[in-house]
Design a protein. Structure first.
Length: 156
């Protein structure tokens, strides 16, 4: 297991991807979370060099697909996932993660099958690249009450 730095640990300041990598190395972390949409344009070679110079490995990455949004947004994001997953695998990412929303605008009986189907599609693409999908159910009270319908039960 790698102890991974996330850019939000920088004290509330927004830091760029390269700054985040340097901070991770300076702070003694063994890895850094990779924001794929920010790292990918720099290319595999530049990303590997950046990680190497800082003495850190690629940690996990946030799933770059908004599976909780409307169908068009989901499909547009999903279309980019194979390329981003291949890039992620080549730089050493082995897992991508996201949280399941604790409340939604749609009743649970309608929303959970949508979320499930979308996550299955994402997981299949990630698996082809050798990357696992990690999910968390993040549900503090204020988020459970943020939308009309609280999500309960299992997404499996």
């Amino acid at each position: 297991m790698l102890i991974s730095f996330h850019g939000t640990l920088s004290g509330g300041e927004q830091v760029t991807w390269p700054e985040s990598v340097r901070l991770a190395g300076q702070a003694g972390f063994s890895a850094v979370e990779v924001p794929l949409r920010e790292a990918h344009p720099g290319g595999e070679s530049r990303t590997r060099d950046l990680l190497s110079e800082a003495g850190v490995a690629a940690g996990a990455a946030r799933l770059p697909v908004e599976f909780r949004a409307d169908e068009q947004t989901f499909e547009e994001d999903l279309a980019t996932l194979p390329q981003l997953a291949d890039f992620a695998a080549r730089i050493g990412v082995r897992a991508m993660g996201r949280s399941i929303p604790p409340s939604t605008d749609l009743p649970m009986a309608l929303m959970l099958p949508v979320i499930h189907g979308r996550l299955v599609r994402c997981a299949r693409i990630l698996a082809e690249a050798g990357i696992g999908l990690a999910l968390e159910f993040h549900s503090p009270l204020h988020l459970r009450h943020a939308r009309p319908h609280e999500v309960t039960g299992q997404v499996s």
